[in-house]
Design a protein around this ligand. Sequence first.
Ligand SMILES: Nc1nc2c(ncn2[C@@H]2O[C@H](COP(=O)(O)OP(=O)(O)OP(=O)(O)O)[C@@H](O)[C@H]2O)c(=O)[nH]1
Ligand SMILES: [Mg+2]
Length: 455
Amino acid sequence: MEDNFELITETDTEIDKEPAALADEAGSRRAILVSAYSKKDEDEATVSLEELKRLLETANGTLEGVVTQVREKPDGRTFIGKGKMAELSDMIRATGAEVVIFDTELSPVQIKIIEDELDGAVSVIDRSMLILDIFAAHATSAEGRLQVELAQLKYTAPRLMGKGRQMSRLGGGIGTRGPGESKLEIDRRRMKSRIKSLEDAIERVAAVRATQRSSRERGGIPCCAVVGYTNAGKSTLLNKLTDANILSEDKLFATLDPTTRQYVLPSGKKILLTDTVGFIRNLPHHLISSFKSTLDEAVFADVLIIVCDASDENLPSQMEVTRNTLSELGAVAKPTLVVFNKCDALRDEGQLMTLKRLSSGADEKCVFISALTGEGVEDFSSSLEELIRGGKREITLNLSHAESGVLSTVYKICENVSVEYNENGMTVKALADSKSAGQLKRYVTGYDEMFPTVD
Ligand SMILES: Nc1nc2c(ncn2[C@@H]2O[C@H](COP(=O)(O)OP(=O)(O)OP(=O)(O)O)[C@@H](O)[C@H]2O)c(=O)[nH]1
Ligand SMILES: [Mg+2]
């Protein structure tokens, strides 16, 4: 399948940038996780906390303890109540934890109050700051780094303001990989101008992407964005199809930079597949906006391939997060193929049957595969082909010189029109839906084999 593989997009672009402190210094740090939730949100909070543990693992942190509290409303100042703060303080002393991670979005003021109440013994961060630490470690392209730095300046920096000395003493790891100690000291005016220059640089990269996209569009090659919850197997699928050689591992957010590869469908039709950054629950709105230029890949794709982990017990909520994020991005109303991946890891055949039954009424085409073993990948490819054609088929028309006026109708109601002139007139090939094919019926001399004529 060697011919299938061709690098299309080079995401690295030379951009004038200040070096962000993105050094990969994620030395293992001892952490305590904190979660507070109302009784009715318990299930969602439990899933979120489990995920926070995986995020910590991905960031090379060590879990020293967990503090949870059920309360109707979080404490406005410290998120958890007084008694729980005392418990947390004891746990920090007993374990020697260096960082406390709250499974929520904390305001800069809350972070300051909590750290002060904990006698400045630890750094306090929230879920999004941890995610940004991971993003910072995984960003490899210039665009990825720009986006991470922008998000850090907008989100992390205000939360770490004025803690430059403390940060530098800690010397790296979770909660310290902000835009750099020196940057934390810079005044707000400089920060504003840095944010502006990052936004400008990202806009320039976005413009390059837009040009690439429109040149692809001009070439008529359909673009398919592979999207879905983090760790669902998006990169593994792309690797399986195209030997893309993208890092895929059992970690959250292994992929940050989009990678596009060409793939040849069973009929010989070329398409582009783009691997994208995964989604996750509870990601603040403005954080997503920093990654807009990357996520535009999904917004402007012709087709969405939603990959989900069929073996994950949280499949329904992961699907919901994926769909909500896509609609937040405006990537909706596109032909969509839903890929239930990791079917090899299902408990038994019964589970697969249940999934198939549940999805049989879905509006979208669903396929069941294992990107790891390759099972179902052929079904994936032909289903994708069908989707891309959108029920359209290639028709061939032979027009005499006298009938050449029909050509303008073909251009009007069909796509991908190609014309070959000969001594009798012309042979026209075009992609037509059934209505258009019907309208041109008397001139049609052939239909393609993949999609035989249907009345
Ligand atoms: N059992 C099984 N494991 C799989 C399958 N597909 C992927 N995996 C594993 O799932 C983990 C995540 O795979 P990735 O391809 O990195 O997932 P991703 O969706 O690209 O994840 P991010 O880039 O982190 O968002 C890896 O350990 C893969 O080996 C599958 O079909 N079956
Ligand atoms: Mg990936």
